[in-house]
Design a protein around this ligand. Sequence first.
Ligand code: HEC
Length: 205
Amino acid sequence: MRSLIAMLVAAAALGGCRGEPSKLPPVHLNPNMDTQDKYKAYGASHLFQDGRTMREPPANTVQFGLSKESDEIYRGQDEFGNFISKFPVTLDAKLMKRGQERYDIFCAPCHDKSGGGKGMVAQRPGLVPPPSFVDSTDVNGRRIINMPVGEIFNTITNGKNTMPAYRTQIPTDDRWAIIAYLRALQRGQNARLSDVPADQQGSLK
Ligand code: HEC
C-alpha cells in the first residue's frame, strides 16, 4: 500500500513537470525578500482618491536645485525685464568648445557653420532664409552683432517667427555655451587688427 502511495505521489510530481502551462505563480518556498510589495509607475492605487500611484508635486513646490530663480540665467533678463548684455556665466575654453559642438548640431542645419544663414535646411525652397549673424555689411547682421546676449537667449528659448523654440531640446547651460560660440563667430569674421595680441600683429600690419 505504502509503495502504491509513493508511486502515485511520484507520478503526480513528475506529471507536474511535463511542461504543462500554468497561470499560477511558481511555488516559492523561501521568498528571501525576492519580491516586495511596491507601486510601479502608472500603476493603480486604492489609497489615493484619484486612483493614481504617481503623485503630482504639491502646489507651489520646487524640486531642490531647480528653482530657476535667476532671471539672468534662465530668462536672459535683468530684474526690470530688460535683456542683459553681459554673459551671466563664466566664459572659458570648455564652454566655447561645448558651444561649438552644440551650435553645429542645433543651429548649423539652418544658420550654417559660419553663421551666414545658408545651412542645408535653409537652402530648401519655400523656407524663409534665416538672417546672417555675422555680416556687418547687412542690416540684420549688424543688428544681431549688436543684439544683447539676453535677446539671443530669448530667441533660442522661445523661437522667433519661423524659427522653432529650442527650450526643451537645449538645456540652459548649453544655450549660453551656444551664444558664447555665436559671439566668437561674429567676432572672428569681423576681426580688427586690434583683436590680435600686440606682439603678434607684426606680420599683419
Ligand atoms: C529650422 C531652422 C532653424 C534652426 C535650427 C535655428 N534657427 Fe535661428 N532662425 C531661423 C529663421 C528662419 C530665422 C529668421 C526668423 C525671422 O523670420 O525673423 C532665425 C533667426 C535667428 C536669430 C535672429 C533673431 C532676430 O531677432 O532677428 C537668431 C539670433 C537665431 N536665429 C539663432 C539661432 C540659434 C542660436 C540656433 C541654434 C540653437 C538657431 N537659431 C537654430 C531658423 C532656424
